[in-house]
Design a protein around this ligand. Structure first.
Ligand SMILES: [Zn+2]
Length: 313
């Protein structure tokens, strides 16, 4: 984990490891302080707070959650003095994920269940004990603008893209965008509720802001090339998925055959399985908020990894 100064009074706390849940956070140390996203568990969020405490004047008055996934908000309770801000659907979806369940999975025997085994491996670095789900209570629908010592910060709803509750945080004075999981950088995305069209529109919105620095939800800092490459990945996977869907192939077969080209070196290439399945859902005409079979998805991605990137089973 490391702290980077992006601009005067603007910082990013970056978790530099590949793997599930290693997200990024941001801090604007003005107007009482604004933190963008907390981390997946309390130990990692405490480490983030230690980093921030080296540069912030006082504990922040506000925390914004870019969406409801636990790796962006399960540390919220460590900011008891702050207003917690998020999209209305972030609060509504907050209890979809369950820290106690994930903590118990870490101790379970999951032999013979490849989906759970893949997820369990991803959870090894995390300790969800003590997490009390603390959803945002300052809610908005389309946009919220606040002033930090006279400098506006805009929070704009761009979902359902990666999830139903995606928000990007724009600090125009410093040309910085905190993109949440609308942007994964050098790292394969996973999408939950939402559509390719909305996700691509969200990326177009970030590009239209012409930022100098984009803080992605996962991966290293970037400029405008980050959302551009993310958009190209999504367009490519959607197009490839469509041709295999039209040819009648299963999700697993399509994911086995799609040539990832330049995206093969991104962290977690096996997440392609999630993205093909998501494209198939759309091509079948399923609603974007249709229930998701996470066990099937993690099992498919694990199998794909074993076949394509771990030298076969
Ligand atoms: Zn995330």
């Amino acid at each position: 984990m490391k702290l980077e100064e992006i601009a005067p009074h603007v910082f990013a706390c970056l978790q530099q490891k590949p793997g599930l849940g290693f997200s990024n956070s941001g801090l604007i140390d003005r107007g009482g302080g604004l933190v963008v996203d907390t981390f997946w568990d309390l130990p990692h969020t405490r480490e983030m707070i230690d980093h921030y405490s080296n540069v912030w004047a006082t504990p922040p008055r506000r925390v914004v959650n870019t969406h409801y996934n636990g790796d962006h908000c399960w540390g919220n309770q460590l900011f008891p003095q702050a207003d917690l801000i998020g999209h209305r659907r972030c609060a509504e979806s907050f209890f979809k994920e369950n820290p106690a369940l994930l903590q118990s999975l870490k101790g379970m025997d999951v032999s013979g269940q490849p989906g759970l085994a893949g997820l369990k491996r991803g959870l090894e670095p995390w300790d969800f004990s003590g997490v009390e789900l603390t959803p945002p209570s300052v809610l908005f629908d389309d946009r919220l603008e606040i002033q930090l010592n006279g400098s506006p910060v805009e929070m704009v709803y761009v979902g359902p893209a990666h999830t139903d509750s995606d928000v990007v945080v724009h600090f125009p004075e410093k040309r910085v965008v905190f993109a949440g999981d609308v942007v994964f950088r050098l790292c394969s995305p996973i999408g939950w509720e939402g559509t390719y069209a909305r996700w691509i529109a969200a990326l177009d919105y970030i590009i239209s802001l012409n930022p100098d620095v984009v803080v992605p939800g996962h991966g290293p800092l970037c400029g405008i090339e980050g959302p551009r490459e993310m958009k190209a990945y999504l367009e490519y996977v959607r197009e490839e998925s469509k041709s295999f869907f039209d040819a009648g192939l299963s999700v697993a077969e399509a994911a086995r055959r799609i040539d990832l080209g330049p995206y093969e070196v991104w962290d977690g290439p096996e997440r392609l399985f999630f993205n093909v399945e998501r494209a198939y859902r759309e091509l079948r005409g399923d609603p974007p908020d249709a229930p998701i079979d996470a066990n099937f998805l993690f099992a498919g991605a694990t199998q794909l990894y074993l076949e394509r990137w771990a030298g076969g089973t």
